[in-house]
Ligand binder design. Structure first.
Ligand code: NAP
Ligand code: MG
Length: 411
């Protein structure tokens, strides 16, 4: 009540252009509404173009809503996305789905192309489990192709599998993959030079803007053509476009094998961008997130080569918490990365529209979250990691109320 009456006297911040709002599933969908109601709508004249990517609606629309949401991001330039369920057999049964819908993130990434940057939110009270890390490690994950756009086949009897490349002019190249003596599996994946080039450019631009070194790793000793192409494109882009700029920014570009990179990362002081191929980035970002603190503290932004941005939390829909919430429990689910998805999107909107008060609001919102945790008030996931021990462990609703009070200047 107090917060409401106070905000009555404040003029709401104007937004020039809407952002694309992509709603999602389960616990994150529940918190999404609370964040909007308590932390955004009282302060901003919030303008969004809304797409409901809840699993039921994706099924009802034969997934057209997912494609439409990506098209809307292309049009408006900035999107913010809630976590969504990637359907599997169990979900198909649970939601009575017509068919196994593809991963919405994979669909959106395929349409927007680009690179996903994942950065942990640093707070003083939460120390990384790797005690040499002094600054956050950012993952730059290529968001196109490889295993996420692969063709897979089950092999049910002995036979030969070949790669066949039929050129537009009709000529053909063939290569044996394997002679199967019995049943097995096979997979064909691809990538595109143009996509790898924009991945490389996005990483160099990010590293230069943040003034942090860029590491890149692949397995080119084993995959000489596929991973070898990634390595040579990065090198070419560095030599031709970014060498001088890196020098001017005082940062280094460093290439190494993925296994060597993993070993170095855990012995490093942090504070660099680690560019990873799509699958490596998927796995390593979860490793970095949990070693830095909690998956719930990992932010994520998709930067497309066409200059559009999609912000989200790195974590999923927090399924088990949702089932407990459905039974009436007020769970202690951490909303920090979801809030940062909104603040990131609003800050980008402000930058593109040149609206300083919106930019200031996004900063204040992030500061309110960090200050709250640094003051010892947090959700259960962080409580176990907090040093010194937390003063108060709150459920998500009470935690958001504390942040709202800080934003209103009431605490
Ligand atoms: P998850 O939702 O990220 O949750 C995994 C575990 O991490 C949770 O059980 C919880 O641990 C902890 N956790 C994650 N976020 C948290 C938060 N905000 N606050 C507190 N704890 C948090 O991953 P999942 O259970 O593997 O996947 C659930 C669904 O999310 C799946 O259907 C999957 O397809 C989807 N998913 C979506 C995205 C996306 O849209 N970007 C990404 C990943 C997964 P405790 O149970 O120990 O508390
Ligand atoms: Mg993952």
């Amino acid at each position: 009540m107090k917060i409401k009456s106070y905000t009555l006297f404040m003029a709401k911040i104007n937004m020039k252009t809407p952002i694309v709002e992509i709603d999602g599933d389960e616990m994150t969908r529940v918190l999404w509404q609370v964040i909007k109601e308590k932390l955004l709508v009282p302060f901003i004249d919030l303008k969004t173009e809304y797409y409901d990517l809840g699993l039921q609606n994706r099924d009802n629309t034969n997934d057209e809503v997912t494609v439409k949401s990506a098209e809307a991001i292309k049009k408006l330039g900035v999107g913010v996305k809630c976590a969504t369920i990637t359907a599997n057999a169990a979900r198909q049964k649970e939601y009575n789905l017509k068919y196994l819908l593809p991963s919405p993130n994979a669909t959106i990434r395929a349409l927007l192309d680009g690179t996903v940057f994942r950065k942990p939110i640093s707070v003083n009270r939460i120390k990384p489990s790797v005690n040499t890390w002094k600054a956050p490690i950012v993952i730059g994950r290529h968001a196109y192709g490889d295993v996420y756009k692969a063709a897979e086949m089950e092999i049910d009897m002995p036979g030969r599998v070949e790669l066949v490349y039929t050129r537009e002019d009709g000529t053909e190249r063939r290569m044996k993959v394997a002679d199967f003596k019995g049943s097995g599996i096979v997979q064909g994946m691809h990538n595109l030079d143009e996509s790898i080039k924009s991945f490389a450019r996005a990483c160099f631009l990010y590293a230069i803007a943040e003034k942090i070194p860029l590491w890149f790793s692949t397995k080119d000793t084993i995959s000489k053509i596929y991973d070898g192409r990634f390595k040579s494109i990065f090198n070419e882009i560095y030599e031709n476009e970014f060498k001088d700029k890196c020098k001017a920014a005082g940062i280094e570009y460093f290439y190494t094998l993925i296994d060597d990179a993993v070993a170095r990362v855990v012995k490093s002081e942090g504070g660099f961008l680690w560019a990873c191929k799509n699958y490596d980035g998927d796995v390593q970002s979860d490793m970095i997130a949990s070693a830095a603190g909690s998956l719930a503290m990992m932010t994520s932004v998709l930067v497309s080569p066409s200059g559009v941005f999609e912000y989200e939390a790195a974590h999923g829909t927090v399924q088990q918490h949702y089932y407990r919430w459905q039974k009436g429990e007020k769970t202690s689910t951490n909303p920090a990365a979801l809030i940062f998805a909104w603040s990131g999107a609003l800050a980008k909107r402000a930058e593109l529209d040149n609206t300083k008060d919106l930019e200031d609001f996004a900063k204040r919102l992030e500061k309110a979250v960090i200050d709250t945790i640094e003051n010892g008030i947090m959700t259960g996931d962080l409580a176990k990691l907090s040093n010194p021990a937390p003063c108060q462990i709150l459920n998500s609703w009470d935690f958001i109320d504390v942040i709202a009070a800080k934003l209103s200047g009431l605490s």
